[in-house]
Ligand binder design. Structure first.
Ligand SMILES: CC(=O)SCCNC(=O)CCNC(=O)[C@H](O)C(C)(C)COP(=O)(O)OP(=O)(O)OC[C@H]1O[C@@H](n2cnc3c(N)ncnc32)[C@H](O)[C@@H]1OP(=O)(O)O
Ligand SMILES: CC(C)C(=O)C(=O)O
Ligand SMILES: [Mg+2]
Length: 517
């Protein structure tokens, strides 16, 4: 049977200390409910002495949430502890969390207290909190940089005074996994009453090791992890809840430990927090980032289609994503392209797949990501007849003081028997008009553009533009559509498509349409 690790969430306290992450009461309440639904064991709701607003938030959260412990932070002084006790009065399961730094640097420069005074104040603080609440956590702040002998002494005294949890913070993110393992193992081996309290990890991410250090503590015997959603917190942040929870679950074979967390709520909770704080998680963030279950490389996509465990150690549904995302781009291969086209209702195989794949790669070289609409635009093409012109190249020159000029090269004919023609037009109302006139010169048609629209059919800066043109030729109306990442090219293609319609003839009378409108 797996050992159950307590998840102490401090998103609303240490997380909120992250510059730019302050939350108002309504936001804190919404977040506290989401953390309860996520099934964290403890919510550290705030630091009640910090401000009237923080006191009210802790009080409101304590009264709102059920089935979860609510903690309030306090320094080792009477006012802080009493204020925390007051804020937590309405909680179903309150916890007072008192802290006092123990490292030499903090003793000498910040607190200006010697070891003796630290010991005395820690004991007094824990005892005062115990008079208000049965559930008391003590944190020797900066424990990771505290002399081990003194740390053992303080921890033993805090437990004797009534602490039910002893939290071992790496306040400045200085530790490495071996360092943290050694700290916790030393406490386990040397503190005589250590079995009377739960050992907790509270690691910061200054060297990017908060999750690894927390896990090292679990290996050495810790039973609680303090963490925040998306890893927000002081400076580089705290241990990320989603990462440490999924590390324990995915590597249960190694840790033989798990949590009560409903992991399917990780992504929604992460997104709620990003929405509230305006701090988006990076795309490549483990577990909850947009790329965490996305694959663009052909070899990986092929593996994923054959068997998802080839390239994924967790299932996206397990953490709250709907599915794996096979992103089509310049690194993708035929397997993923054919799979996506089939899902879009355009199954292609054999020679057609080879041709579409070729066009897809050329498009992907121009675009960061190829979207479904791009693919449909690639395959949804009527086959050209021998009479139809297609665009080979264009050049357009435009200047504020000179009239534009445009040169187009068009091709027509069947395989092996094609002709290319180039012509140039000087003048016109603008670059597009000059291009359309150049097309007219090649095709020998006279077309009057009656309607012209261009819009984006895919997302992003490198989106595909779609141009639609209605033009009149010999009193009849013809429509054309063109798609490209370059809107000028899309427009020229649309005009050529309308011209091909005119070459075929048989368009509706132009004035009939006008009356209908
Ligand atoms: C590692 C951590 O995350 S600790 C939590 C950090 N979080 C915060 O600080 C957020 C909320 N803080 C605040 O709103 C304010 O700092 C308050 C209201 C708590 C205190 O404000 P002030 O009274 O103006 O004090 P200030 O913040 O300037 O300095 C902190 C004081 O607390 C003392 N102190 C720090 N930690 C402790 C402690 N655990 N126990 C007792 N005293 C402490 C400092 O020595 C300093 O005392 P001094 O003024 O006698 O030198
Ligand atoms: C208050 C304590 C637990 C803290 O946040 C830290 O030491 O990082
Ligand atoms: Mg902290």
């Amino acid at each position: 049977m797996s050992r159950q690790i307590t998840i102490f969430d401090t998103t609303l306290r240490d997380g909120e200390q992250s510059p730019g992450c302050s939350m108002n009461l309504a936001e804190k309440l919404e977040m506290a409910q989401a953390l309860t639904d996520l099934r964290v064991d403890v919510i550290e709701a705030g630091f009640p002495i910090a401000s009237p607003g923080d006191f009210e938030s802790v009080k409101a959260i304590a009264e709102l949430v059920k089935g979860v412990q609510v903690a309030g932070l306090a320094r080792c002084n009477d006012k802080d502890i009493d204020r925390a006790g007051e804020a937590l009065k309405g909680a179903e399961a309150p916890r007072i969390h008192v802290f006092l730094a123990t490292s030499a640097i903090h003793r000498e420069f910040k607190l200006k207290m010697d070891k003796e005074e630290i010991l005395r104040r820690a004991v007094e603080g824990v005892k005062r909190a115990r008079n208000l609440c049965d559930n008391v956590e003590f944190s020797p702040e900066d424990a990771a940089r505290t002399e081990l002998d003194f740390l053992c002494e303080v921890v033993e005294a805090a437990i004797k005074a009534g602490a039910t949890t002893v939290n071992i913070p790496d306040t400045v993110g200085y530790a490495t996994p071996a360092h943290m393992y050694n700290h916790i193992k030393t406490l386990v081996d040397r503190v005589p009453n250590i079995d009377k309290a739960v050992i907790s990890m509270h690691c910061h991410d200054d060297l990017g090791m908060a999750v690894a250090n927390s896990l090292a503590g679990i290996e050495a015997g810790a039973g609680q992890i303090e963490c925040t959603m998306n890893g927000i917190g002081e400076r580089a942040g705290n241990c990320a809840l989603e990462e440490v929870v999924m590390a324990l679950r995915t590597r249960n074979d190694f840790y033989n430990a798990d949590t009560r967390i409903d992991a399917t709520r990780l992504v929604p909770t992460s997104r709620l927090l990003s929405g509230i704080t305006g701090m988006e998680a990076p795309r490549n963030k483990a577990i909850i980032g947009r790329n965490a279950f996305a694959h663009e490389s052909g070899i990986h996509q092929d593996g994923m289609l054959k068997e998802p465990t080839t390239y994924e150690i967790m299932r996206p549904e397990d953490v709250g994503f709907t599915k794996t995302d096979l992103v089509l781009g310049k690194h993708s291969g035929r397997a993923a392209l054919a799979d996506r086209l089939k899902a879009l209702g355009h199954p292609v195989q054999g020679e057609t797949l080879v041709k579409v794949f070729d066009a897809f790669k050329r498009l992907a070289d121009k675009k960061k990501e190829v979207y479904d609409a791009d693919l449909i635009a690639l395959v949804d093409k009527r086959s050209p007849t021998e009479r139809d012109w297609s665009l080979v190249s264009y050049e357009v020159k435009t200047h504020t003081d000179d009239p534009p000029s445009a040169t187009v090269t068009l091709r027509r004919g069947a395989e092996g028997k094609t002709e290319e023609q180039t012509d140039t037009f000087f003048g016109g109302d603008g670059p597009l008009d000059a291009l359309f006139r150049a097309v007219e010169k090649v095709t020998g048609l006279q077309m009057e553009v009656r309607d012209y629209r261009v819009h984006s059919v895919t997302k992003g800066k490198d989106a595909q533009g779609e141009a639609n043109i209605e033009a009149v030729c010999d009193g009849r109306l013809y429509r054309g559509r063109g798609v490209s990442t370059d809107t000028v090219e899309a427009s020229t293609k649309a005009f050529i498509a309308a011209a091909n319609g005119a070459l075929a003839g048989g368009g509706p009378p132009a004035d009939v349409r006008r009356n209908a409108v």
